[in-house]
Design a protein around this ligand. Structure first.
Ligand SMILES: Cc1cc2nc3c(=O)[nH]c(=O)nc-3n(C[C@H](O)[C@H](O)[C@H](O)COP(=O)(O)OP(=O)(O)OC[C@H]3O[C@@H](n4cnc5c(N)ncnc54)[C@H](O)[C@@H]3O)c2cc1C
Length: 395
């Protein structure tokens, strides 16, 4: 295949992964990013074994490990009295059953590690894409500053409100789900160690802990090398809430959402740092992510509800899969067709399962989670599902 010029729109998690994977395969890549600087934004995200396989394959795992969390055990607690619903091993089970580790990290730390793959000179900051058109075998990207850039391939990695998706596939129609989530963090010293009636359950800041109730759930896990506990507090909401990572909220608003919940949890929530709120929206899967010389990836391709914690993981999978499909193809059209065939069904299936898990969770008590093994076992570096120790073990 002749040398291609690829333009990636969006230097987020998926865009940097794609750019890094393409550069590793010798493809000429530039990235444009709307933000004036790449910085310390967001809070924690989960990196299931399928995401860790990507980091390992890109040679970045060792760099992320000291910055990440690796929860040993998962505890599910009753939100009102803290009693134990169930507990299970997370670290050990993940390695045995799904072929790699289960990590948790601050988005900024993951982002900084991915940035190692892409030289600063390849990233153009402060450029807002307004639309993209495919014409005569090239893709032309237009920017808010009036400029244009031409490339053999444009990759729309511009996130949940993607301008590339809008210009190629039209406006989407997100539906507010009636749920929102607060995102915040506490220093690990604030994690209550003794919870449950009469202190009957012991947890630690290095565990993955969820408090579950009728009107929401509070999911916590370690990040920043175990120094901080990330808090995702999901809540049923009558009021419309914006779909934005930057909508500010307050500790008072957060606490009001969990009035009557167990005291050790409320005491911890009273110590959170800056608190943001995020409206949870649902969208239908796109049947195809490719049109002419333009391909989508990440949230631009498969915006999903956070119930399976797969947004970042699938975006990283998309990035390495795109690079592999292009490298193995005769030309861009064939490479994009292979990418679309491999990724759109998987992305759509995860989106729909995230929706199903969300609908199930509205029942109280929460039902057992839907199977995520098929998601975790996938190795996007090769495009095949890994056989694991457990599956290979004699019965
Ligand atoms: C500021 C921010 C904070 C986040 N915080 C969290 C968090 O705490 N926890 C969590 O689980 N997930 C968080 N996410 C979402 C999470 O990173 C994504 O769901 C997931 O990683 C998918 O990655 P992506 O590359 O598709 O999108 P993103 O990682 O969202 O990246 C999209 C990138 O495209 C850029 N962009 C958008 N529009 C344009 C445009 N028109 N022109 C040029 N560039 C554009 C954005 O600035 C961004 O850098 C956050 C996303 C953002 C943007």
């Amino acid at each position: 295949m002749r040398r291609k010029r690829v333009l990636v729109i969006g230097a987020g998690i998926g865009g940097l992964t794609a750019a890094g994977a393409l550069l590793q395969r010798g493809v000429e890549v530039s990235v444009v990013e709307r933000a004036a600087e790449l910085g310390e934004v967001g809070a924690g995200l989960q990196l299931g074994p399928n995401a860790v396989k990507v980091l390992r394959g890109l040679g970045l795992l060792e760099a992320l490990l000291p910055l990440a969390g690796e929860p040993r055990e998962l505890f599910s607690l009753n939100g009102y009295d803290g009693s134990l619903r169930f507990r299970e091993s997370l670290a050990e089970k993940s390695a045995q059953a799904f072929g790699d580790r289960y990590l948790t990290a601050h988005r900024a730390d993951l982002h900084a590690v991915l940035q190692r793959l892409v030289p600063d000179s390849a990233i153009m900051l402060d450029r807002v894409c307004v639309d993209v058109v495919s014409r005569n075998g090239v893709a032309v990207t237009r920017f808010a500053d009036g400029g244009e850039l031409e490339a053999d391939l444009v990759v729309g990695a511009d996130g949940i409100h993607s301008a590339v998706r809008r210009s190629i596939f039209g406006m989407d129609s997100p539906r507010f789900t009636g749920q929102m989530a607060w995102r915040c963090m506490v220093p690990v010293e604030r994690v209550p160690l003794s919870v449950g009636p009469g202190g009957s359950v012991e947890i630690s800041g290095q565990d993955y802990v969820g408090w579950i109730g009728a009107e929401g759930h509070v999911i916590c896990y370690p990040i920043r090398g175990g120094a901080m506990w990330n808090i995702f507090a999901g809540h049923v909401s009558d009021a419309w809430v914006e779909e934005s990572w930057a909508a500010p909220s307050s500790t008072a608003e957060l606490l009001a959402g969990y009035a009557g919940w167990t005291e050790p949890l409320l005491e911890m929530l009273s110590h959170v740092g800056p608190c943001f709120k995020w409206g949870i929206y649902d969208r239908d899967p796109l049947p195809s992510w490719v049109s002419g010389q333009v391909a989508l990836l990440g949230d631009a391709a498969h915006p999903m509800m956070p119930t399976l914690a797969q947004g970042a993981a699938l975006s990283m999978e998309d990035g390495v899969a795109l690079a592999r499909c292009l490298a193995g193809a005769e030309d861009i059209v064939a490479g994009l067709a292979a990418y679309d065939r491999e990724r759109a069904p998987r992305g759509g299936r995860v989106q729909l399962q995230a929706r199903q898990q969300f609908l199930n969770n509205k029942k109280v008590p929460a039902p057992p989670p839907l199977d995520r093994g098929w998601i975790f076992r996938h190795d996007a570096m090769t495009g095949i599902d890994q056989q694991t120790e457990l599956e290979l073990a004699p019965i």
